[in-house]
Design a protein around this ligand. Structure first.
Ligand SMILES: C[S@@+](CC[C@H](N)C(=O)[O-])C[C@H]1O[C@@H](n2cnc3c(N)ncnc32)[C@H](O)[C@@H]1O
Length: 284
């Protein structure tokens, strides 16, 4: 098995490679109008797709194309240097029900799509932080923020296992198709718990397995970067969240047709409020 550092390096290199042409475009200010772009689950090429070879066929009615994922969000206002690198598998801002004035953190913010949507929802009195370990992604997200004029969004370079964010400073943690890429999911959820204010919420979209992951898939680094090899069984994923201390842990998973047990899950959880009993493994 590759080490945690090897996994992070391979994942970061894969996403740096995917984002470089868009970064060049963003930095040259040559903005191309919004086109019908793929999402993380676009079927080809397998190595550069979030969902790898097991992604659904292009004509599949439930394919998570970007326009469909974000059908209720105002993505038409966003430049193509944001939407062309939207590699998510859900729309966590849609499930987050954000309110004006809230402080939001996006784990693995990529080109910034969910941060920019969250920024509109929390308004000028709120603030959004995006953390990503790939320098090219952070550069692109910062260039996008400048282009959009999103003054209440800040992108920080860092690992989601070691968040560059103070304790109890965040109202809502969101994330879109990222935690499956981490070699230490338990640590990611502990960090999310640490930075959330008491009563704060975790609302993430991610890839999970609905049946055991085949051994040959687990150790395949290309499939790790493609959001397949690192993804957990849905029940294990939720157990890690409860073990970090969260309560009210809920998941709605939709299996990709032909995905051989791969599903996109919308997961919600809450950090207990002061005086409320914590999740199972904190108190006992
Ligand atoms: C599939 S993309 C999703 C990006 C964004 N959330 C979106 O919906 O477009 C995964 C992103 O997570 C970042 N990432 C993966 N593992 C990470 C880790 N351990 N720490 C920080 N960022 C990570 C990658 O650099 C990449 O930008």
């Amino acid at each position: 098995m590759p080490t945690a550092d090897e996994i992070r390096a391979a994942v970061s290199a894969a996403y740096a490679g995917r984002v470089r042409p868009v970064l060049e475009r963003a930095e040259s200010d040559d903005v191309i109008p919004l086109v019908d772009v793929g999402s993380c689950c676009e079927p080809a090429p397998a190595a550069s797709s979030c969902c790898g070879e097991a992604a659904p066929a292009a004509d599949d009615p439930v394919i998570t194309r970007i326009a469909e994922l974000y059908r209720d969000a105002a993505i038409e206002d966003l430049p193509s240097t944001v939407t062309d690198v939207a590699f998510g598998c859900g729309n966590p801002t849609a499930i987050a029900a954000l309110e004006p004035g809230q402080v939001v953190l996006d784990l693995g913010s990529g080109g910034g799509i969910d941060c920019f949507l969250a920024a509109k929802m929390v308004g000028p009195s709120g603030r959004v932080y995006g953390v990503d370990m790939t320098p090219e992604m952070v550069r692109l997200a910062r260039a996008n923020a400048e282009k959009i004029g999103a003054a209440n969004v800040e992108f920080r370079l860092g690992e989601i296992e070691h968040l560059p964010i103070p304790d109890e400073s965040i109202d809502v943690v969101i994330s879109n198709c990222v935690i499956n890429l981490s070699p230490d999911k338990a640590q990611v959820f502990r960090e999310a718990f640490r930075v959330l204010k008491p009563g704060g919420r975790l609302q993430v979209s991610d890839i999970v397995w609905t049946r055991p992951v085949p051994d040959e898939v687990r150790s395949d680094m290309e499939k790790w970067a493609g959001c397949i090899a690192g993804a957990l069984l849905e029940s294990e994923y939720l157990d890690h969240i409860r073990a970090a201390g969260f309560v009210d842990v809920q998941s709605v998973a939709s299996e990709y047709p032909g995905g051989k047990g791969i599903a996109s899950a919308n997961v919600t959880a809450r950090k207990p409020a002061p005086g409320e009993a914590a999740g199972c493994c904190v108190c006992c």
